[in-house]
Design a protein around this ligand. Structure first.
Ligand code: GLN
Length: 558
């Protein structure tokens, strides 16, 4: 019995996923899809990301470089792959599921300063690797059958070596039956030669083996499914079983990946190798999802007015949540990214014409704000469905204050700290019932922990659009990631002009949702609902928003 197994708990088995040749092969997607497949076999699964960069978490990273910062219920700022995992597993993960070299080293150094190492020379092996192994092994406390661990980066990178060494040691620690190594590589197609090339895969596996890790399963990212001959060749050169080479071919819809893996028998092979119960995966919901997405009954175009429009990864969860909203309404959602910095009162109409809905997503800093406010005014006046998320809510409040409530200099403290009328401001006496919890996080909180991060309750106002969207619930919980709040001193003035506060924190201090009666669908929320949307359970606000866009389009066509 391994150390992981306490009486009455499951013996967690570990699947380690590494990547070779180059980045962006879809390792996160592969990890998430394997997780979905194993879950469909009735197993309990969790997925963890180990990222080799030195940032303690991606909270301080520019989304243009790193993509979206994903937020968990317990307030961890994580890599966007955690979003894939949650969407494919359909269950929430936590700060335990995400670590970086920075957070690992931070803990090691904190221990060293505390004197925990009792005079030892602190080294990568064993101190850093032990800390990594501890982070991995802590997953077994979730009492799961399988823990999937994705190692970020590419084999051969200097940064990822401690992680690879740690997972190498784990097979020795736990035994062969509890560990499985899956390597994802690229098999490129060389057009001039008219051939698929296996050499990069061979080299990548060689590199992995030089670190002491022999992969059990190889997944080849490829334009098309690999032929049996090519699979055999790869198996031979890389010393894996002949039926342990799989393809991750390009797909039109990312939600097809679990089904494609299933068709090739990947979950079957994993189950045999890890001696998991021989059960067939129940994939009906995935089949239904993919079929629904392939045969939409209509389409809508949503304009996303934001700053990071050049990199779609910066809005990954948002993008997915809108697609889920499309699934709920049986329509295909086309996203049109509009750079708010280029939006002016003059070119507004030509930029927004043709849209069925307008969305202003989250963001930081003053750049592009005026363009967003223009777009919101346009959507409000022309009764185009509007959804404002986080910064989007804040801009909607500013727009309403300026143009409806006659407060022309209304602004956010973030954009103009000297504005007289800060309708959005930094609360100095911010009561945070969860702050303790955020501060206790292993990692260092972003910018001194001034952000409201993670899940908070919100009381819905009866009879509002928001409450209708949430199926008449009274209390909901949503995830936050922001520093500024609505300034309650302006609540009465805005209410008098017709703005409705349809969601407030239970103590009535913080505005969570605003809406405009008399408009077909105009709603802003201070939280990020996109983090909780999954393809099987589209988030009610996204389902409602896309429903409104569909209606708007139908009425336009009349
Ligand atoms: N910049 C705003 C704030 O910090 C909004 C943040 C966001 O949209 N996530 O409050």
């Amino acid at each position: 019995m391994s150390e992981d197994k306490k009486p009455g708990t499951k013996e967690t088995k570990y699947i380690f996923i590494t990547g070779g040749v180059l980045s962006s092969l879809g390792k996160g997607m592969a990890a998430a899809s394997i997780g979905a497949l194993l879950k469909a076999r009735g197993l309990s699964v969790t997925i963890q990301k180990l990222d080799p960069y030195i940032n303690v978490d991606p909270g301080t990273m520019n989304p243009l470089q790193h993509g979206e910062v994903y937020v968990t219920d317990d307030g961890a700022e994580t890599d966007l792959d955690l979003g894939h995992y949650e969407r494919y597993l359909g269950e929430p993960l936590s700060q335990r599921n995400s670590h970086t070299s920075g957070s690992i080293y931070y803990r090691v150094i904190t221990k060293e300063r505390r004197g925990d190492y009792l005079g030892s020379t602190v080294q990568v092996i064993p101190h850093v690797t032990d800390e990594i192994k501890h982070a991995i092994r802590s997953l077994s406390e979730q009492n799961v059958d399988v823990a999937i661990i994705e190692i970020g980066g590419t084999v051969g990178d200097i940064e990822s070596q401690p992680f690879l060494e740690a997972i190498r040691q784990m097979r020795g620690d736990l035994g062969k039956d509890l560990c499985l190594y899956v390597h994802l590589t690229l098999v490129p197609y060389l057009r001039a030669a008219g051939e698929y090339k296996t050499k990069p895969t061979q080299h990548s596996v060689k590199e992995l083996r030089s670190l002491g890790i022999q992969p059990d399963i190889i997944i080849c990212r490829c334009e098309e499914p690999l032929t049996t001959d090519l699979k055999r060749k790869i198996a031979l050169f890389c010393d894996v079983e002949a039926d342990a080479v799989f393809t991750s071919a390009d797909v039109a819809n990312v939600y097809e990946v679990p089904l494609k893996f299933y068709e090739e028998g990947l979950d079957q092979k994993i189950a045999i190798m890890l001696r998991l119960p021989a059960k067939n995966a129940k994939l009906d919901p995935w089949l239904k999802l993919v079929q629904t997405m392939a045969n939409p009954k209509g389409d809508v175009t949503v304009g996303i007015v934001g700053k990071y429009v050049e990199l779609k990864e910066a809005y990954k969860s948002l993008h997915e949540a809108l697609i889920h909203g499309g699934v709920a309404n049986d329509v295909k959602v086309t996203l049109s990214y509009i750079n708010s910095e280029e939006l002016t009162a003059k070119n507004l109409k030509e930029n927004l014409a043709g849209l069925d809905a307008v969305l202003v997503p989250g963001g930081f800093g003053h750049r592009g704000i005026e363009g967003k406010i223009e777009a919101i005014q346009y959507a409000r006046k022309n009764k185009i469905p509007f959804f404002g998320i986080c910064l989007g809510l804040q801009c909607a409040v500013i727009e309403f204050a300026r143009n409806v409530a006659n407060i022309p200099d209304a602004n956010s403290e973030e954009f103009n700290p000297f504005a007289e009328n800060k309708v959005i401001y930094l609360m100095t006496e911010w009561f945070d019932p969860r702050k303790q919890c955020v501060e206790q996080r292993d990692s260092v909180s972003n910018k001194g922990g001034t952000m409201r991060l993670g899940s908070y309750p919100c009381q819905l106002t009866p009879g509002t659009l928001a409450q209708e969207m949430y199926g008449a619930k009274e209390l909901i919980e949503e995830r936050h990631r922001h520093r500024f709040e609505f300034n309650k001193a302006y609540k009465a003035a805005l209410e008098e002009k017709g703005l409705v506060f349809s969601g407030m924190s239970p103590d009535g201090e913080l505005a969570e949702i605003i809406e405009l009666p008399g408009h077909p669908w105009f709603l802003g929320c201070q939280f990020h609902p996109e983090f909780k949307s999954t393809p099987m359970r589209p988030h009610p606000l996204f389902a409602g928003f896309i429903g409104a866009a569909k209606k708007y389009r139908a009425e336009k066509a009349k």
